[in-house]
Each structure stands twice: as structure tokens, then as C-alpha cells.
Design a protein around this ligand. Sequence first.
Ligand code: URA
Ligand code: URA
Length: 262
Amino acid sequence: MPESEIEKILSDAQTFLKQEQALFGNTLYHEKKITKPSTAAIVEKVERTESTMAVKKKIETPAPVKKSPIIEEWNSAADIVDLNKQICNCMKCALGKTRTKFVFGVGNPNADLMVIGEAPGADEDAQGIPFVGRAGQLLTKILEAIQFKREDVYIANILKCRPPNNRKPNPDEVEQCEPYLIKQIELIKPKLILCVGLTAAHTLLKTEESLTSLRASVHNYHGVPTFVTYHPAALLRNPNWKKPTWEDVQKLRKMYDELKTN
Ligand code: URA
Ligand code: URA
């Protein structure tokens, strides 16, 4: 083998190891190679695991889309840029008064993967871009670990405005803001959705199930396979959740590859 090739391999290996270390610390997780299962096989496997774990019933029926009773103009937005323009001055809830910037969403308007978080934090509020703080940087690394660049995917939150002191979104705030996200999903038409954390999962899937239970299966959000995993901010607090998160996103990547080749 020519020396330049050996150098390239060594450099790739070093890059990989540095990334793994950044993500998971000094523990190396080894993934067993699985020979290309079909999407059906993946789903079946998830379901089997689910039944053996006696996890609660998989959510089969898509939750009804909550439409606002009044048809507002933004509802007919033709694309994501248009939608942002129409809603970015929103004052439907009190957060409109306290926000610095409206945090609409970022990424590829034709993304195959949409990542949904909870709400902007201080950094996001200042910059108007979701997931740019510490948790956001970890999310970027998690995506890179499964060969997605930030720019390839679309990243948005349940709430577009920062709740003061990073408190959890109130039900009325979620109710006012969720229709915007529904419209974003409708316009982007992702092939897969990843909910990070319970707020995103509970809002989209209309359930109160635990994160452990929700992680155990692939859900159906209006026909879009939807994965649930830990919120990157939770991983910063509890590094023990990094390994399960890594496993979740590997499953997502496998299903993505299957969908692309089928
Ligand atoms: N946490 C979130 O859920 N979303 C962000 O945009 C940033 C932090
Ligand atoms: N609880 C949460 O709310 N989110 C997580 O990601 C993990 C536990």
C-alpha cells in the first residue's frame, strides 16, 4: 500500500476517534455490523424488542392534526421562507414580548431528516437560530456521527420563542405555537423525524409515555417514521445517556439508508 494511502487511513481513524471521544468520552462503543435488514425487518425488530420488554403499545394511529379554528393567512404559505416571513412577528402568546429573536428553524428546506427540539435557550434567542448553544453543538456532533451535516437536515423547535429562564413551555404556549411546526413539517416533507427530549415527543405524538418507553419503538407521525431520543442538554447533565442515544441514532441512520435504497 502506498504511504500516502496509509497516512490517509491513519488520519481518518484519528478524526473518527476524536469525534467519538468528543461525543462519548473515553469509552469506545463498538457497533456490530448487521447485514442490511429491510425497513420491514427493522420495524419488526423494534416491535419484537418492544413486546419482550413489555413496553406499552406502539402508537399506531396518527394523532389528529390540530388546525387552528380560524384559517389564518400563514396557513397558505407556499414555502418555508414565506412561512417565516408571515409568522416571525407573532404575538399570540406572552413570549412574543420577552423574546429577542424569533427562532423559526434552520437547514435544508428539502431535508429528509427533521430534528425537533423543545424551545430556544439564551444563545438561540440571541442569534435567532435553533441549537447553537452547548446542547446545539452536541446535537451537531451527534448528527455528524451518523453522517448528517447540520446543513443537510432541518432543525426546529416546538416553541419559536424563548421561555424566560429556560422554563418548560406552558401548554397554552405549545397550543399556540405547534401549528407553525405542523406547517413546517408539511412544507419540508421529511422522510424521518427525530424528536429530542420529551417535550418534542409528547407534543408531536400526543402521548405522556416515558422517554424509555418512547425510545423503544419507531412511531408514526402522519405517515412519517418518527424516532425519539434524549435531549442533548440531558446528555450534558447525564453522560450515561450518551450510549443509548448513540444506539437510537444508529437505528435512525439504518432506516434512512433503507428508505434511500428502496
Ligand atoms: N434546546 C432546544 O430544545 N432547542 C434549542 O434550539 C436549543 C436548546
Ligand atoms: N427527560 C427529559 O425530559 N428529556 C430527556 O432527554 C431525558 C429525560
